[in-house]
Write a protein that binds this ligand. Structure first.
Ligand code: MF3
Ligand code: CO
Length: 254
């Protein structure tokens, strides 16, 4: 027994992974549900209500609510908002992009995922920003296999994003996940290949590139949570929870 917080990267048992898969499926379900609700005229707090109600009705708990005092069950980050947008009275309008981030805790284990959604018809550059973010996430996920090192993931994400002329946020990162929403290790979206801890099958990671149209620099609004781009240009965020495998990663939030 120890008072010190666990610093190792935990390897989950098959039983634990089964619980995480169920939490992951629920997280994906919530995101699918919100995708159909995120239409022009809807306030982001409505999306939060729908998510919380659905998660609890399925016997889960919103993993974000109360986490370091966070007041809601989802994050809803519109346009220049990068992550951690608190749902509220902001009404979605045609042409917006909104990052929806959800965490579900089920039978003691968490899953965490995010998608950026188009509200109605959006401009081509926003569409490209979202596509590149998804592509970068896919490149990262491809590296989440035993024998690679953690920053192989980071480097894959960064080189994809920068190769398309966008920038990756440095101050916020992905993370290990399991009994806790945030576990070791941190999973940066930038880095050097062949560095960092060795990946082992059964590790569970939340990989989550935050990609900006302009500068990678961000700041936090006075609400203490909402992260926005310094230049107020748009940002996109996609996240999946994955199980590191021997041949390939298993995405459990799809
Ligand atoms: N996916 C985000 C993260 O891993 C969402 C966390 S919001 C918080 O940081 F409120 F729970 F912190
Ligand atoms: Co996360």
């Amino acid at each position: 027994m120890s008072m010190v917080k666990e610093r190792r990267i935990s390897i989950k048992t098959q039983e634990e992974l089964e619980v995480m898969r169920r939490a992951g499926r629920m997280t994906a379900e919530v995101l699918r549900l919100l995708q159909t609700e995120a239409k022009p005229g809807v306030a982001t707090r409505k999306l939060d209500e729908i998510a919380e109600e659905w998660i609890r009705s399925e016997g889960g708990e919103p993993a974000f609510k109360g986490y370091y005092g966070y007041p809601a069950s989802i994050c809803a980050s519109v346009n220049e908002e990068v992550v951690h947008g608190i749902p509220g009275f902001r009404v979605l309008k045609e042409g917006d992009i909104v990052g929806i981030d959800v965490g579900v805790k089920l039978d003691g284990f968490c899953a965490d995922a995010a998608r950026t959604l188009a509200v109605g018809v959006i401009e081509a550059e926003s569409r490209r920003l979202m596509e590149v973010t998804q592509e970068a996430l896919a490149e990262g996920i491809r590296r989440a296999v035993e024998g690679n090192r953690l920053q192989d993931i980071s480097w894959a994400v960064q080189s994809c994003v920068e190769g398309h002329g966008f920038s990756v946020v440095r101050e916020y990162v992905g993370h290990g996940i399991g009994r806790e929403l945030h576990e070791e290790p941190q999973v940066p979206n930038f880095g050097k290949p062949h560095t960092g801890p060795l990946l082992v099958a059964g590790m569970t990671l939340a990989i989550e590139p935050m990609v900006n149209m302009g500068t990678f620099q961000v700041e936090v609004l006075s609400d203490g949570w909402t992260v926005v781009t310094k230049d107020r240009r748009r940002s996109s965020h996609f996240e999946e929870t994955v199980i590191v495998g021997t041949k390939e990663a298993e995405v459990i939030t799809r």
